[in-house]
Design a protein around this ligand. Structure first.
Ligand SMILES: *Cc1c(COP(=O)(O)O)cnc(C)c1O
Length: 453
């Protein structure tokens, strides 16, 4: 066929058995749309005397289009970067138990806001809050959509039109548009900066009290360090001063953690329990950083303050959804049962013994070499990422390959099904076993084999 008039009509194509199958799989309107779309492309790109596809070929192309159109854009990805909390790759993967439990809750009705004992309306927050107070020792807890929202709620609820004191050493931007000064502005609170970029003293806090501030805010420097001629008063000292004057101290921990990161050879990331013990009246932290759960913002602390926040209209607008609450509850139960290190992916990855990682890398190397692919096992470093433990690394072993073009190989990995994200180091591509799940190992090796051809 070499004449546009010889192309079959949309109706004719729709009557074929194949197109009827498409209608069953993808729906009528999408199928019609795909046929029209493809025929239109043929007409527009037509050159005189060009050979045109027959009905079967047309339907084959239409099938490809339909497949492409119904493919969701959000996909699981293999993270070979060794960055445990990779901000661009969905931060914390939740535990299998948390997912199974979430599925149960999400696919059925639940007692989300129903008190089964009394047969009356209950609170959605009851479920995770009991566990949070039990684990942190706080009087009360509140869960919202994410930590940015938690900080916003605290400021709007406790400091609207009033001063919030914060040290210049902590005026952080943590990425993704979260800048402490901007959040303050949005919340209606007024920023009262004290100290300098490198140093702040207790006397600076003391002086700020003259402005009758609504609260003192401490924000964790999640993604940078200040070194050299620096000083900050201890949290305990700030808390004592604040309490003397009846001013609440709020600590935005960012990541926060319930486990001591120092146990794993890392620097000590501030713990939620410590902050409360030091006298913080409210502590805010994320659900999907070092806690290893779903996206959530968690506020723990004094009952009176938490109650005030709970009643604020903003609390309703930023409430956590039932799936997040389910996943959070299951994640917290891992801590209650003292199985976090094994059950929560983030902590399992952090606590992986170096020998285990080395063994994996060596096993992969052997498996690849058997199929004729040259590769090395080299020493390297994994990082935590995701706004915790800035500059901290953990020793690891990497599988390294040397493709002709690292850029092209990385691209091919990203376009693989499932996509694989690795990193280039010098002229090699390296894969860190730390962040790869056992069930992904074979897929990764097969991808390397396939793409090395
Ligand atoms: C990450 C972070 C936030 C924001 O938390 P999200 O859960 O991402 O909204 C706020 N403050 C600090 C200090 C952080 O590190």
């Amino acid at each position: 066929m070499s004449d546009l008039r010889s192309l079959p009509s949309v109706d004719k194509l729709l009557q074929t058995e194949t197109a009827q199958d498409f209608i069953g799989w993808y729906g009528r309107s999408l199928t019609v749309h795909a046929i029209r779309f493809y025929l239109e492309q043929l007409r527009q790109n037509y050159q005189p005397n060009q050979l045109l596809p027959d009905t079967q070929e047309i339907l084959f192309k239409v099938h490809e289009l339909l497949d492409e159109w119904v493919e969701p854009s959000l996909l699981p990805v293999i993270n070979a970067t060794g960055v445990v909390l990779h901000t661009n790759l969905g931060r914390a993967p939740i535990s299998k138990t948390a997912m199974q439990y979430t599925q149960e809750i999400a696919c059925h009705y639940s007692n989300l806001e129903f008190d089964l004992g009394r047969g009356k309306r209950g609170s959605r927050l009851f479920h995770a809050e009991n566990l949070l107070t039990q684990l942190t020792g706080a009087e009360a807890a509140l869960v919202v959509n994410n930590n940015a929202a938690a900080v916003m709620l605290v400021l709007a609820g406790l400091a609207s039109h009033r001063y919030v004191v914060i040290a210049r050493t902590q005026l952080v931007e943590i990425g993704g548009g979260f800048r402490v000064p901007d959040v303050m502005k949005q919340s209606g609170a007024k920023l009262l900066e004290i100290g300098t970029t490198n140093r702040v003293h207790l006397s600076d806090y003391e002086e700020a009290l003259q402005q009758n501030p609504a609260l003192f805010l401490i924000a964790h420097r999640s993604n940078f360090q200040i070194v050299g001629f620096t000083s900050e008063p201890e949290r305990k000292e700030i808390a004592a001063l604040a309490h003397n004057y009846g001013v609440p101290l709020v600590d935005d921990l960012g990541s926060g953690t319930l486990l001591d990161s120092a146990r794993y050879g890392l620097a000590h990331e501030p713990m939620v329990q410590e902050s409360l013990r030091d006298g913080a009246d409210l502590v805010c932290f994320s659900g999907d950083k070092l806690l290893g759960g779903p996206q959530a913002g968690i506020i723990v602390g004094k009952k009176e303050l938490v109650e005030k926040l709970r009643r604020h209209p903003l609390a309703r607008a930023i409430r956590a959804d039932k799936m997040a609450l389910a996943a959070l509850t299951a994640t917290l139960l891992h801590y209650v049962k003292e199985e976090a290190e094994k059950a929560i992916p983030v902590w399992r990855m952090i606590s992986l013994p170096l020998e285990t990682i080395h063994q994996k890398a060596v096993d992969w190397q052997k498996a690849l070499q058997e199929t004729g692919i040259a590769c090395d096992v080299i020493e390297g470093e994994s990082t935590i990422g995701g706004g915790s433990l800035p500059g901290e690394t953990m020793p690891t072993y990497l599988l390294a390959i040397k493709p002709k073009s690292t850029t092209r190989f990385l691209k091919a990995l990203r376009e693989y099904n499932p996509p694989i994200v690795a990193r280039a180091q010098n002229d090699q591509i390296v894969f860190d076993p730390r962040t790869i799940f056992p069930e992904e190992e074979e897929i990764l090796l097969n991808a390397i084999r396939k793409l090395s051809k």
